[in-house]
Each structure stands twice: as structure tokens, then as C-alpha cells.
Design a protein around this ligand. Structure first.
Ligand code: GLY
Ligand code: MN
Ligand code: MN
Length: 442
């Protein structure tokens, strides 16, 4: 499918999402501006990156829009948008225009964006709370400050008047955590393309090859398969670079006998895959690399086995972490009993990140992992990564740990919670050491 056609949100789904927002808004109002256009330099535009919250509720991917969801007894959505403009469209391509915006979003009213400064104050003035992300600047923040000042100075005239500003994520993050079938179909495709990219990239891995050449093959395959491109900067690290968690310069040649860690994800229809595999550049893991690899892969399996409704995201992390700690003791890196080692936390030198993050329209999708000290309970339809790793940064590796110096291994899969467990969306890309070896080279 062409990457642009994939960017869609069925109208019934948009209506349902907005109904949930109106329920949560009460007498509040939510203001969602489009993301700004980014420039590579001066007047040359970068590909547009739409605001995910605006898209989630309106299906719009155009710059220059502002959606206002007005709660209360007659909830409605007003959208301010750019009018058609042949001169601007000559350079940047067609705009939806006001009618197109109405058709696509199902807004109750659509006005030219120039009217936002005159119409927004009245919409805000009647609300009891304004849900907006501070920092959006310009006309919108000016109107918000005005509405708050008026409410403070004069008191409510109609029984309402805004007294608070709340981040829209307070409502939207939880809604976005549970994916619909439509969203899952896009995530599945993003995962499928991500795996295809990994297979292509693994084939060009060899000792002495530039990390950049592997990255180029990975991203060629993403694009050729219909992805918008990589959803985040691809991580292709060889040798000690495997120990840099978010290594993105990808500008060193892979040393002899080294590992290559690829952490990358295709974006499809604005949704993401996110997969890490760690490959031996020679096509064969050394004894040390294999020993560490197998611990990490067992930790991935243990994390997946812990996924089920009513378990928590913390349970997943704990299951993976326990296997990593057992492995570190077996490898002679840590000593003592597992529970004490976990308690002391010495493993954090070698596993300094969490096991999971939510995945969806954002690669690090929003949503709290804990509230009031309690870990988030899993529900069917939640999508997240399971990505344990062990990183032996040379600076930490003296004495008995020296044997492992420079080895960094992460294995990352994407899962969706099902009625009774987990479906691994990236299961078609093997993780077993022997099969990973088989993916490397021609
Ligand atoms: N690529 C960043 C991550 O896996 O979270
Ligand atoms: Mn990743
Ligand atoms: Mn990830």
C-alpha cells in the first residue's frame, strides 16, 4: 500500500474516540494545534510530522489546523484550518481546504485559521477547564491567558469560567493505550516491514562493513516495502557501540569478530514497529557473546511469558530482570543469591533501562507506567515492547568482568496483550542464537 493511503482513521472510530473525550471533558474544552512545519534550512521544508493527538481525534495530518473540542450538554468539535491557496500549493502540494477538512474530520464547524484569534476566547471563556499543552505559543496561549485572567478578575457569569489548564494527555494517554483492530492492523504492518528491513540489513552485515551501509540497506528496505521510513533514528552499532543505548551516528566500520546491534522500526500509517536484534558480524557468536546472548534472549522469553491481562507492566520488567540477574550470577559478573542481588541493584550497571515501553502512534507511546505507586495493570489491546539487554561498557569491566568487555546485547520484540496472554507481533524474526547467525551475510 502507498504510505500516504495508509494514513487513515475510520470516521466511526474518530466519533467513538471523541465521544470518550467529551465524557471525560465534562464542561471543559480541549485545544489541539497541529505540529509546526520543520525546515531543513530557511525555506526548504522537511517532510511533515503530524501531531499524534490531533490525528487521533480528527484524522487530520495537515499543518496549520487547530481543533477545539467543546464539552458540555451539546458537545461539538470546531476546527480552524488553512484555506486553499494555489500559490502555496504550487510549492508544497494540495491542501484539504475547509471543505476537505470538514469531510475528513467530521467537525461540526470549520473556520479559516485566521479566525482562531477572534473565536477561541469565547470557546475558552465558557469552559471550566482548558485541556491544552502549554508551550504551543502564539495566538492560542494568548487566548488562554486572556480567558484565565478574565475568569479570575470577573468571576463566572454563566456558572463557568476556566480556572485550570490541564495537559490533554491526562485524558488522551489512557485512551491511546488500548488499540483498536484498525490500529492493530497498522501496527502489524509496521512490524512486518520492520522485520523485512532487519532481514535485508542482516544480509549486508560483515566484518569491516560500515555501520552506515547497514543502516542504508535497512532503511531502503523499509521504504521499498511501503513504510513512510524509519519511525525514529535507526541504531546500528558495531563493537563497543553496542553498549551505547541510543547510538545513532552509525559512522564506524564494524570491527573483526564484533557484534552489530540493530534497533530500528518502520513507520506505517503513522504507527510504529520497534525491533532489536544483535548479530555476530562474522556469522558466528564467540563463546562469550553467545553466553551473554542466551541470557538476554531467555530474559525476553520470560518477559513475554509474564504478559497477560491483570498482570502489570512491572511484572513483565521483574520477570525479565530476574532472568538477567540469574544470568549475571552464572556468568560470574555478580555474586550471591538472586534475591539479594536484585535488592542491591548491582545489575543496573549492566541493564540500565526498563524492559518495556508502550508502542503505537509514537514509538515511545504515551501512558503512565505507574500511578500512586502501583504498576499499570495490563488489558487486552495494549501494545508494548519487551527489550531486555546487557551492556558491558569497557569502563565498567575490570577484573573478573574483563572477559565480557565491549559486549552489548539487546533483543526486542513487540507484543499485544490478548484475552489470555500475549501475541508476539514480531515473532517471524528469529531470536534463537543459531537462527540469528543464519540471517547474517549472503
Ligand atoms: N529504539 C528505542 C527503543 O527501543 O526504545
Ligand atoms: Mn527499539
Ligand atoms: Mn523500544
Amino acid at each position: 500500500m502507498c504510505p500516504m493511503t495508509a494514513v487513515s482513521a475510520p470516521s466511526g472510530e474518530l466519533v467513538r474516540r471523541r465521544a470518550s473525550v467529551f465524557d471525560a471533558l465534562g464542561d471543559g474544552v480541549m485545544v489541539l494545534p497541529a505540529a509546526p512545519i520543520q525546515h531543513a534550512s530557511r525555506d526548504t521544508e522537511r517532510p511533515y510530522v503530524p501531531d499524534r493527538e490531533l490525528f487521533y481525534l480528527t484524522g487530520l495530518v495537515e499543518p496549520g489546523c487547530v481543533a477545539v473540542l467543546v464539552g458540555g450538554s451539546k458537545p461539538r468539535m470546531e476546527v480552524f484550518a488553512r484555506s486553499r491557496d494555489p500559490e502555496a500549493e504550487l510549492w508544497s502540494g494540495p491542501r484539504l481546504g475547509l471543505e476537505g477538512v470538514q469531510r475528513k474530520s467530521g467537525a461540526d464547524e470549520v473556520y479559516p485559521i485566521q479566525e482562531v484569534s477572534t473565536r477561541l476566547p469565547a470557546l475558552l471563556g465558557d469552559a471550566d477547564k482548558i485541556h491544552v499543552r502549554l508551550g504551543c505559543g502564539g495566538v492560542i496561549e494568548h487566548a488562554i491567558m486572556g480567558a484565565l485572567e478574565t475568569a479570575r478578575a470577573r468571576g463566572a457569569r454563566q456558572g463557568t469560567g476556566p480556572r485550570g489548564v490541564i495537559d490533554p494527555g491526562e485524558i488522551l494517554d489512557d485512551l491511546r493505550l488500548v488499540k483498536s483492530e484498525h490500529e492493530l492492523s497498522l501496527i502489524r504492518e509496521a512490524c512486518r516491514i520492520t522485520m523485512e528491513g532487519h532481514r535485508a540489513a542482516a544480509q549486508v552485515i560483515a566484518q569491516g562493513v560500515g555501520e552506515w551501509a547497514i543502516e542504508a540497506e535497512l532503511e531502503r528496505a523499509f521504504r521499498a516495502a511501503g513504510a513512510t521510513g524509519p519511525g525514529f533514528e535507526s541504531i546500528v552499532g558495531g563493537g563497543e557501540n553496542t553498549c551505547v543505548l541510543h547510538y545513532v551516528s552509525n559512522d564506524v566500520s564494524v570491527p573483526e569478530g564484533a557484534l552489530v546491534l540493530i534497533d530500528a522500526g518502520a513507520e506505517f500509517g503513522l504507527y510504529h514497529g520497534d525491533v532489536t536484534r544483535t548479530y555476530p558480524a562474522s556469522g558466528r557468536f564467540t563463546e562469550e557473546q553467545r553466553a551473554v546472548y542466551e541470557v538476554v534472549d531467555r530474559a525476553r522469553e520470560a518477559g513475554i511469558a509474564a504478559v497477560r491481562p491483570a498482570a502489570t507492566i512491572g511484572d513483565v520488567h521483574d520477570a525479565s530482570t530476574r532472568v538477567l540477574v540469574e544470568g549475571l550470577i552464572d556468568l560470574g559478573v555478580l555474586s550471591g543469591a538472586v534475591d539479594e542481588a536484585l535488592e542491591e541493584g548491582a545489575h543496573r550497571d549492566f541493564f540500565p533501562h526498563r524492559t518495556s515501553h508502550w508502542l503505537g502512534l509514537d514509538v515511545h507511546d504515551p501512558g503512565d507506567y505507574a500511578r500512586l505507586g502501583a504498576s499499570r495493570v495490563l488489558e487486552p489491546g495494549m501494545v508494548f515492547t519487551i527489550e531486555p539487554g546487557l551492556y558491558f561498557r569497557p569502563a565498567l569491566c575490570d577484573g573478573r568482568v574483563a572477559r565480557w568487555a565491549g559486549i552489548g546485547i539487546r533483543v526486542e520484540d513487540d507484543v499485544v496483550v490478548t484475552a489470555d496472554g500475549a501475541e508476539v507481533l514480531t515473532a517471524d524474526l528469529p531470536t534463537a542464537a543459531a537462527e540469528v547467525e543464519g540471517l547474517v551475510g549472503w
